[in-house]
Design a protein around this ligand. Structure first.
Ligand SMILES: [Zn+2]
Length: 374
């Protein structure tokens, strides 16, 4: 990760570059963000830049011995701490046990969320934590002599996940790390961090990415048209992960949209056979997905109602949904929107109460035949 790979955040980059050049490097920094703003890649680019022996005024060189080791995230003076799921049977109890996964994970995606990481390591429903055992590891590593780096770096990704015992043991080291050691923390929920840790670190708030910057990244990285790119940037609201999500409509979303379309078509055409077939399909997808589908329908109806006001800043649909809305939105109006929403909410409640799903969906389609023509 280099500064040039960071989307937007120019002022922060300059601030960090300035800190490296003047040698005024705080011993503990806490980057905070709401997610998808690039706090982690920024901190990583900063760590690389601090240690690069051939750096220019705007970035690390990419070929000095330090950069080469940073490329593969295997530098003897670079340590990572991050939430994990303890798997005793597989002997995975501390961060280093996950180091191989962690490196390939970071290599694959510079921007990521905790959920992305947990999916990557098949965490299942287990709670991810930085376990108390980790503090001994950290203290041991930082007590060693620095091998070769100008600055030894300790990353703590999501210090809000530190087990209280671990956090308490680290207080002293965060307050006064060994010489030439820099602790870089990246948090999405600083309000959950122990106050005594907060007060020991200098805070760097990373704001959401400017819409302009997200838009140009969409154009250069995904070849979106300028119009599409601005549209996606608006949906993303400063969060690059949301922008990615918006351009990659998931399979589930596409399936739901198709079902919604045929439900509305069947009801409009009073196609009873179509309604029955659809009820059969939906009855077979399981309760949880049925509920999600009905929630999705309510979202689409709301968006199509808003669509009529020609106020794009209020609309939150992806491209495919928006295309569909050009034709569909005229059917949703003041006379039917609230009743349709109510029917969908009622169907959702019935699904929750284990009413026969086939009946729920068939009934719903029948009622819509009346409402959609209002
Ligand atoms: Zn370098």
């Amino acid at each position: 990760m280099y500064f040039k790979d960071i989307i937007g955040q120019e002022a922060l980059k300059q601030q960090l570059i300035h800190s490296a050049e003047t040698g005024v490097v705080p011993h503990a920094l806490l980057f905070t963000e709401q997610g998808g703003a690039g706090a982690f890649p920024l901190a990583l680019a900063y760590a690389r830049y601090l240690n690069c022996t051939g750096r220019t005024t705007d970035d690390a060189c990419g070929h000095c011995p330090s950069c080469v080791k940073y490329d593969i995230l295997a530098h003897p003076d670079l340590h990572f701490v991050f939430p994990i799921v303890s798997k005793k049977e597989k002997k995975k109890e501390i961060c280093d046990d996950y180091l191989t996964e962690w490196r390939s994970f970071l290599k694959e995606r510079p921007y990521f969320s905790l959920d992305d990481w947990l999916d990557y390591i098949d965490a299942g429903n287990s709670q991810a934590l930085i376990y108390s055992k980790e503090s001994d590891e950290i203290i041991r590593k930082l007590s060693l002599k620095i091998y070769e780096a100008t600055y030894r770096i300790l990353f703590i990704w999501l210090p809000e996940k530190l087990h209280p015992t671990c956090a308490n043991k680290l207080l002293k080291i965060i307050e006064e790390p060994p010489p030439h050691t820099v602790i870089l923390m990246v948090s999405e929920h600083p309000e959950l961090i122990l106050g005594t840790i907060l007060s020991r670190a200098q805070r760097i708030p990373v704001k959401g990415i400017q819409a302009e910057d997200i838009a140009s990244a969409m154009v250069s990285q995904f070849n979106l048209t300028t119009d599409d790119a601005h549209y996606v940037a608006h949906l993303a609201n400063g969060n690059y992960l949301k922008a990615i999500e918006a351009i990659s409509t998931g399979d589930e979303n596409r399936f739901f949209l198709e079902q919604f379309k045929s439900m509305m078509r069947n009801s409009w055409a009073r196609n009873v056979r179509g309604m029955k077939e659809m009820a059969d399909v939906l009855a077979g997808i399981g309760r949880e997905r049925q509920k999600n589908f009905l929630a999705y329908c309510q979202h689409l109806v709301r968006e199509n109602f808003v669509y009529r006001f020609q106020a794009p800043e209020l609309n939150y649909m992806n491209r495919e949904e928006a295309t569909f809305s050009i034709k569909f939105s005229p059917f949703i109006n003041e006379r039917n929107v609230f009743d349709i929403m109510e029917e969908l909410a009622l169907a959702e409640r019935h699904i929750t109460q284990n009413v026969n799903a086939k009946m729920v969906f068939f009934d719903l389609s029948l009622r819509l035949t009346v409402l959609i023509k209002r």
